[in-house]
Design a binder for this molecule. Structure first.
Ligand code: 3PG
Length: 305
């Protein structure tokens, strides 16, 4: 089988070498397309692919039309909103993700942002400590549970809201479960957003929700830009001079937010939560293993369509 890695944002060379080694050891052909600049290159590359590994790369109807041999696509990562699942199903392609594999990398970035904000970008003025602060995680998946674990090391109080997560999981992690999104935002000094992008969550973090946060709040978004109501964020930050927003998913309104709010606002230039050697290796190798097992035994354990 021909297994293609197509990543506009590449894995580390070490991760690529390890994936290549695994694929070849299993008797398959390995093909690599990195840093491509237009979809034409991607469509060319998928022509003969039987399997595809991607990151946040767009996998849609058009791609499937160019990939007649494709049987499986694995998103090396958690969120699979970049894959058109209906189109995959229509073309008989199994879609999977690799949940949890890059979660620690994203969670550590949450703390990098928290410290940057609380220490005023290390520019010399007096800041605040994280110890004793209340952090709320909005949705309790793999990244959020890593955030909770690290927060305890900082002696923070950890709260969580997730309508879909079993309460036992939060109890097991010794996280305080709250009954509504509103309560989470109302109680917590810092809220870290971890909801996946769905029709339900799109633009769901809006003015009324954010405005519930207490004085000097910090909102961190390492999930997806589309879950924010950006116009509301702009309006709120204009009205509330104490509101801070740090994000790893650059808003459409980045230019204006950046020029208006100085050190109360920060965005990474490109999503980099999972951009670590460790996360690349774990998520990339998991994707390769899942494809190898799928071809060997039909195992589609992490199927999402
Ligand atoms: C994910 O959903 O796994 C993260 O957002 C990481 O995405 P990336 O692989 O594009 O960095």
């Amino acid at each position: 089988m021909r297994i293609l890695i197509a990543t506009e944002k590449p894995f580390t060379a070490d991760a690529v070498n390890r994936i290549e080694e695994k694929i070849e050891q299993a008797g398959h052909d390995f093909v690599l397309l990195e840093k491509y600049s237009d979809s034409g290159q991607l469509f060319d590359a998928v022509k003969e692919a039987d399997a595809l590994i991607v990151r946040s790369d767009r996998v849609d109807e058009q791609l499937f039309e160019h990939a007649p041999n494709l049987k499986v696509v694995v998103r090396a990562g958690a969120g699979y909103d970049n894959i058109d699942l209906d189109a995959a199903t229509k073309h008989g392609v199994v879609a999977m993700n690799t949940p949890g594999q890059n979660a620690n990398g994203v969670a550590e970035l949450v703390f990098a942002m928290m410290l940057m904000s609380y220490r005023h970008f290390m520019k010399g003025s007096s800041g605040h400590e994280l110890r004793g602060k209340r952090i709320g995680v909005h949705a309790y998946g793999n990244v959020a549970s890593n955030v909770a674990r690290i927060a305890k090391g900082f002696d923070m109080e950890v709260f969580a809201y997730d309508a879909y997560c079993a309460p036992e999981k939060m109890k097991h992690d010794d996280v305080i479960m709250v009954g509504s999104r509103e309560d989470l935002y109302r109680y917590c000094d810092i809220v870290s957003i971890h909801v996946p992008l769905t029709e339900e969550t799109r633009r769901s973090v809006d003015f009324d929700l954010m405005n519930l946060m207490p004085h000097d709040p910090l909102l961190i978004n390492t999930a997806r830009k589309e879950v924010m109501n950006e116009e509301d964020l702009l309006r709120l930050m204009t009205i509330r001079q104490d509101f801070c927003y740090m994000t790893d998913v650059m808003p459409g309104l980045h230019e204006i937010l950046n020029s208006k709010f100085g050190d109360r606002y920060f965005s990474t230039p490109k999503k980099m939560g999972a951009q670590t050697a460790e996360a690349n290796l774990k998520a990339g190798v998991a994707a390769a293993d899942q494809i190898i097992e799928f071809f060997r035994t039909g195992d589609d354990h992490f199927r999402v369509n």
